[in-house]
Design a binder for this molecule. Sequence first.
Ligand SMILES: [Zn+2]
Length: 139
Amino acid sequence: MNGDKLYNGKVEQSLKDNPVPLTKSVIQMKCPRCRKGHLFVKKNPYVLRNSLNMPDFCLVCRQDFKIEPGFYIGALWASFPIVILIMTMLSVLLLGVLDLPLEWFFVAITTSLSALQPVIIRLGRSIWIHMFVSFKQGS
Ligand SMILES: [Zn+2]
């Protein structure tokens, strides 16, 4: 066994032992196949002009990100439960804990969801593509 093989073996073993977990890959919006490349061109979702721009393919493993026309329309189904979860948690906090008047509650909910919209849409797309593209070790 020469040194290179041993080195490569250790690196491969290390990656095998510690692949990026699925939830971390989804939340960090990484490529679902290699979990290293970024799904979006800009890391900051609040650069609103090109917040949803995605490269055509992963710059690390070349996984196609534009799988078919209209692919990300289905991501709305992934965003919807996120919105419901946020609304539920905010409702419990604002009405249950802080006992906010109803009109201020609606202002707070609308403002919060509007502010979180870029993140929610991106997260929905990340969940959606992770549902259809599986992780491949060493890609
Ligand atoms: Zn990739």
